[in-house]
Design a protein around this ligand. Structure first.
Ligand code: MG
Length: 234
């Protein structure tokens, strides 16, 4: 299996800094295994940026399953707060996929960044949002579209950096040539409805597709940092 990926990240039109982090930083193409990840940091001053950067670096450097990588990232953030109490309270989301040479995508996920699979033109979310609102959606109390503008949409129920015993979701997907994966921070999905994301993802190479998503999220308001990784499978 060959993977071709592109990463695009932008601070948006409101925030003064970009607390998102992604891996790989540059576009590329390779046979598996390839690791892709998005992290959306939170915390005052520089803390959010520090948390998401540690998370991505640590997860990439770690070994083991995707969940073990996320747990290593979680431990590293907690350790950094122990060393630097001024960073207390920092945390981050993490959505990570290990794209295997066997054509299987193995993912691990905490928070409200998302992974999607576009197959035969249809977009399917592979992750569940760990937010108060995400739990309402899962319980059928509100729709995904109502969740997008709900006042409590940013309240996470899980994040890296807060407790050592972190509950990590995992998922697995056998890929076929023609599949396209999207990893993104909530700065994309809070600005654009899913139908629009699906429409913008159909066609074109990963690089223009990734930047078009960022541009459209900014046109829709750009209220948050926007990060996307688009991966084509062939
Ligand atoms: Mg965000």
């Amino acid at each position: 299996m060959t993977y071709q990926w592109a990463t695009a990240t932008h601070q948006g039109r409101v925030r003064r800094n970009n607390q998102d982090a992604a891996h790989p930083a540059a576009s590329g193409r390779a046979d598996g295994p390839v690791l892709v990840a998005v992290a959306d940091g939170m915390g005052g001053h520089v803390a959010g940026e520090v948390a998401s950067r540690i998370a991505v670096d640590e997860a990439v450097a770690a070994s083991g399953s995707p969940a073990e990588r996320v747990l290593a990232a979680n431990a590293a953030i907690i350790e950094e707060v122990r060393r630097r109490p001024d960073l207390a309270g920092m945390g981050t989301t993490m959505t990570l996929i290990d794209l295997g040479s066997d054509g299987v995508a193995r993912g691990a996920h905490v928070g409200d960044s998302r992974a999607y699979l576009l197959r035969d033109g249809a977009l399917r979310q592979l992750t569940t949002d760990h937010t108060v609102v995400g739990e309402y959606v899962a319980a059928g109390r509100i729709t995904a579209d109502e969740a997008r503008t709900h006042p409590q949409r940013n309240m996470l129920t899980r994040a890296l950096g807060l407790v050592p015993e972190l509950d990590v979701d995992t998922f697995e997907e056998r890929l076929v040539p023609g599949d396209r994966l999207l990893l993104c921070s909530d700065g994309l999905t809070s600005m654009l409805p899913e139908e629009t994301v699906a429409e913008l993802l159909r066609g074109g190479d990963p690089e223009p597709a990734a930047w078009t998503l960022v541009e459209k999220a900014n046109e829709a308001g750009g209220q948050d940092n926007i990060t996307v990784v688009v991966v084509d499978v062939s």
